[in-house]
Design a protein around this ligand. Structure first.
Ligand code: GAR
Length: 210
């Protein structure tokens, strides 16, 4: 099995979808930690109740971003994960950290990248007047929300949509494409091409929302 570390900061619904898929589909995946940078993350309780190894590394306990990154790196190195899955992990990871785990850190972002990196993606989509919104699973690089894209899912923007309604309609699509990505990783089908793109062997290029 592949070893994955799942990093969260809050609710952890993507982490739950991943963990439930591992259990219900018997995926060859060992979740070696569910790690939060906040002790109050609701996802931690869910993970503990499921018997998953859940732990806290509080960024507030560190004087600098670099010190937190170094502690996180040491914690993860000790667990030797094949992949580090960011699932609503709301800390930016520094270039040194990203380089150390190059090609092994994956994030889910609530927009159709490269549109709308950063925060408040649903607000950004509505302000821009796009007719399609979505989510992206991508490899993490030193440039925030800009790494090679593994999977995307799309939803139409409807009349009357608000940031909350978009977020709510998008969330199950996020879960679907992150679980699909984990299946592909477990099957060893995801390859990072040298040109900054991703190839998934014997899989459709896109993961549609429908
Ligand atoms: C998700 O919508 C995820 O895409 C987003 O935070 C939410 C976490 O929900 N991530 C980011 O905005 C990353 N910058 P969850 O804790 O229920 O998975």
């Amino acid at each position: 099995p592949i070893r994955v570390a799942i990093l969260i900061s809050g609710r952890g619904s993507n982490m739950q979808a991943l963990a439930e898929a591992v259990a219900s589909e018997d995926l060859p995946v060992d979740i070696c930690t569910v790690l939060s940078n906040r002790a109050d993350a609701a996802g931690l309780d869910w993970a503990r109740a499921r018997g998953l190894p859940a732990d806290v590394l509080a960024h507030r306990d560190f004087a600098s971003r670099a010190a937190f990154d170094a502690a996180l790196r040491a914690r993860l190195d000790a667990l030797a994960p094949d992949y580090i899955l960011l699932a609503g992990f709301m800390r930016v990871l520094g270039a040194d950290f990203v380089r150390h785990f190059e090609g092994r850190i994956i994030n889910i972002h609530p927009s159709l990248l490269p549109a709308f990196p950063g925060l408040h993606t649903h607000e950004q989509a509505l302000a821009q007047g796009v007719q399609w919104h979505g989510c992206s699973v991508h490899f993490v690089t030193a440039v925030l929300d800009h790494g090679p894209i593994i999977a995307q899912g799309a939803i139409p923007v409807l009349a009357g949509d608000t940031p909350d309604s978009l977020a709510a309609r998008l969330l199950p699509v996020e879960h679907r494409i992150y679980v699909q990505t984990l299946r592909w990783l477990a099957q060893g089908r995801v390859r990072l091409l040298g040109d900054g793109r991703v190839a998934v062997a014997d899989a459709p290029h896109r993961a549609w929302a429908g």
